[in-house]
Design a protein around this ligand. Sequence first.
Ligand code: PMV
Length: 357
Amino acid sequence: MSRGSRRATVSAPANIALVKYWGARDLKRALPYHPSISMTLEVCRTVTTVELAPALETDEIWFAAGAAAHPEPAPEAFARRVRAHLDRVWTRLQGVSCGRPAFRVATRNTFPAAAGLASSASGFAALAAAACRTLGVDAGARELSVLARLSGSGSAARSVFGGFVEWPAEGAPAAGAAPAEENPDAPAAQLAPAAAWRLSCVVAIVEDGPKEVSSREGHRLAPTSPHFARRLELVPERLETVRRAIRDRDLDLLGPVLERDAVELHAVAMTSEPPIFYWRPPTLEVLSEVRRLRGLGTGAWATMDAGANVHVLCTPEDEPRVAAALEAVPGVRDVLRDRVGDGPRDETLDLLAEADR
Ligand code: PMV
């Protein structure tokens, strides 16, 4: 896509955290208490076309509810979030909030729309990247990371890089230390490219509706849990282990830490005031199946974001066996097979042309 083009399409990937971001010390700016590390996915992506439309009085937002669905005018709540993000991206790029032209936007997820998988990371990353392309701004990945995070979705900061990604918590006081200098930008950075370690991620879908409590609310409530402070103490060593596991491509080292960190996020959520229960009975069935697979010698390790669905990491060789086993678990509605992937990319697809047909 050439600089200054008036219409551009970009896709950005979802990511799954290996050490989770849970708890915001500044909710509005999505600033975390501690760093997090994630793996970028390849198949689960958001594709977004953005066009500069100065002749329009207000933005026009289209949404395709599914991989093969035709774009329709987006529901108002969705359109509001897109508009607000365009406002923030414009203000940061131009340095002033006034004078923003209208845009036409059409967006679609490549994964089932009703799968209950977090699409805010891929969605806001794709929107920020496509808006930059359309405006002819050559934002590097660090700047895109900041732009994506301005949405309020912290994990979006990681979706602009491929492979394995760390989002630091610059400015967060380390346990027992004086506050460090605040860095309100705090972009994420790549630890290793996708080609460095070919891991698979099999996702067991056990819930396909929107979650009852948003991750934003979870981040707000996290410090009310008596276990939150303890998790903060444990995270630095956990990050170190995960960095080492990525460097050495060691799934036996990564797996136990990844699973423990996910369970602890949910322990914090369940003991927040008021408590949040994201798991459903089939979540526990899947966790038990993953343990059974390990007992049989398959290196499969589970992690859950703020929801009931379970991501299972394994080697590409074990992926067919893991997927077949998860499909057979009662309560599992669907199984998606994904893998580590690269960051955002330009697409030739034109969702606005589809919307206009
Ligand atoms: O990106 P947010 O603000 O929706 O928060 C994401 C939180 C988790 O997905 C649960 C963890 C993570 O680090 O991705």
